[in-house]
Design a protein around this ligand. Structure first.
Ligand SMILES: NC(=O)C1=CN([C@@H]2O[C@H](COP(=O)(O)OP(=O)(O)OC[C@H]3O[C@@H](n4cnc5c(N)ncnc54)[C@H](O)[C@@H]3O)[C@@H](O)[C@H]2O)C=CC1
Ligand SMILES: O=C(O)C(=O)Cc1ccc(O)cc1
Length: 372
């Protein structure tokens, strides 16, 4: 494995326990900076795959080859929530000079369990990168997963400054933006902005199980957008939801109140005020959505969109993107749709509103079919 000179703030070696999607992504990012990474996973195959993709050195393979592994300066526990606290406690005992952090999606229950075990809390810090995928395992790992994404550091009262600094260095090395938040505030926040979306997406997608395929073939981007994360790993989510049950329940009760309101209104759609109530509900959704920050955590930005019909042949989309670059317009976002049964793809590009008209004109001059 070639090692590039390190430019990382993180001090290695880093022991990553759990080398699935998140653990292997952290390993890849650190290896890219030249930091020494050792991978441990309860699954020998997962550990070997993570090593094969370049996320670090398999602890099993190294020990089997008779290597003596150096003591880690940092241990990152990236295993499923159910086992995180016990792995943190064990790591604090086994590596008495290391900082130990975890990246589980819930924070207060992990801290409570580590405290209850009587472990050295000064060297432990809970963290949560707000980046992931609806896939699991090291094959889906990406070293750039954390680039420009928030990474919450959630210290307890006893967490020492060195532990917080190590967590900050790791997040910054991997390109993330650090936010410090108290564990219970973190859990209440993610219940609304991460766990509720997962539940709503899964409930919606579950309605589709018995829908005839020729009905589903009519589905547009709306259904795809709102069900993407319904593809997530049930094994992981049962642990996350069970660990954060009360804050998730608070959000679900609020959704239930809105649903009951909508159901009552639709039961008598001709009643006085019914249409106004429906419009209010939709407008409340508009208002909530408008508050979601834009890319890189900036202020919400309304980008202008244009849709280009592209022949469904190899290289067309790459050519379109290259030409948008040549025209000098920054692509803020892009979506690709296929019309069922049509030999064209529809590329919807989001750009700065001030560049929209120029781009449409220039693309049309170059022969592209701008349809919206
Ligand atoms: N999936 C996501 O999008 C995100 C997940 N997280 C958190 O990251 C952690 C890991 O999640 P993923 O990487 O998605 O899951 P994953 O399933 O891809 O990886 C977890 C790995 O931990 C291993 N593991 C299980 N028990 C172990 C043990 N006792 N010792 C060593 N390894 C063990 C598994 O074999 C598996 O390879 C979870 O705590 C999750 O809450 C945080 C942010 C995003
Ligand atoms: O896929 C997405 O959009 C996600 O939001 C993934 C995700 C899943 C779990 C987390 O704790 C954090 C992020």
């Amino acid at each position: 494995m070639s090692v590039v000179p390190t430019t990382a703030a993180s001090a290695g070696p880093v022991l990553v326990i759990g080398s699935g999607l998140l653990g292997a992504s952290i390993g890849l990012g650190l290896r890219h900076l030249g930091v020494e990474v050792v991978l441990r996973d309860s699954s020998p195959t997962t550990e070997a795959v993570a090593q094969d993709i370049g996320a670090g050195r398999s602890e099993r393979a190294a020990l089997a080859a008779g290597a003596v592994l150096p003591e880690p300066a940092l241990v990152v526990v990236a295993a499923p929530p159910d086992v995180v606290a016990e792995l943190v406690v064990r790591a604090l005992t086994e590596h008495p000079d290391a900082v130990v952090l975890d990246i589980a999606s819930v924070k207060a229950p992990v801290l409570d369990a580590v405290r209850a075990a009587g472990a050295d809390l000064t060297r432990y810090v809970g963290t949560h990168p707000m980046a992931g995928r609806e896939k699991s395992g090291p094959v889906a790992a990406r070293g750039e997963l954390f680039t420009s994404m928030p990474w919450v550091i959630s210290p307890g009262e006893d967490t020492g400054a060195a532990a917080i600094a190590a967590a900050r260095n790791l997040a910054v090395d991997l390109g993330a933006t650090v936010t410090v938040m108290e564990p219970r505030e973190h859990d209440e926040t993610v219940a609304l902005i991460s766990h509720l979306p997962q539940v709503m997406s899964s409930l919606l997608a579950s309605r589709l199980q018995d829908t005839p395929l020729h009905h589903l073939s009519l589905a547009g981007q709306g259904l795809r957008d709102t069900t993407r994360i319904a593809g997530s790993d049930p094994g992981l989510w049962v642990q996350i939801l069970a660990a954060n049950a009360q804050p998730v329940l608070d959000s679900l009760h609020a959704v239930r109140a809105d649903l009951e309101r909508l159901i009552a209104t639709l039961e008598r759609p001709g009643a006085d005020g019914a249409r106004l109530d429906i419009a209010r509900l939709m407008a409340e959704g508009n208002a909530g959505r408008a508050r979601i920050p834009g890319k890189h955590g900036g202020a919400p930005t309304a980008f202008a969109t244009l849709t280009v019909a592209v022949d469904d042949t190899p290289g067309q989309i790459a050519r379109l993107l290259t030409e948008i670059g040549e025209i000098g317009v920054n692509l803020e976002d892009m979506r690709l749709e296929h019309s069922p049964g049509q030999p064209v793809g529809l590329v919807t590009a989001s750009v700065e509103p001030s560049r929209h008209a120029d781009l449409v004109e220039e693309l049309q001059t170059r022969g592209w079919k701008v349809v919206q």
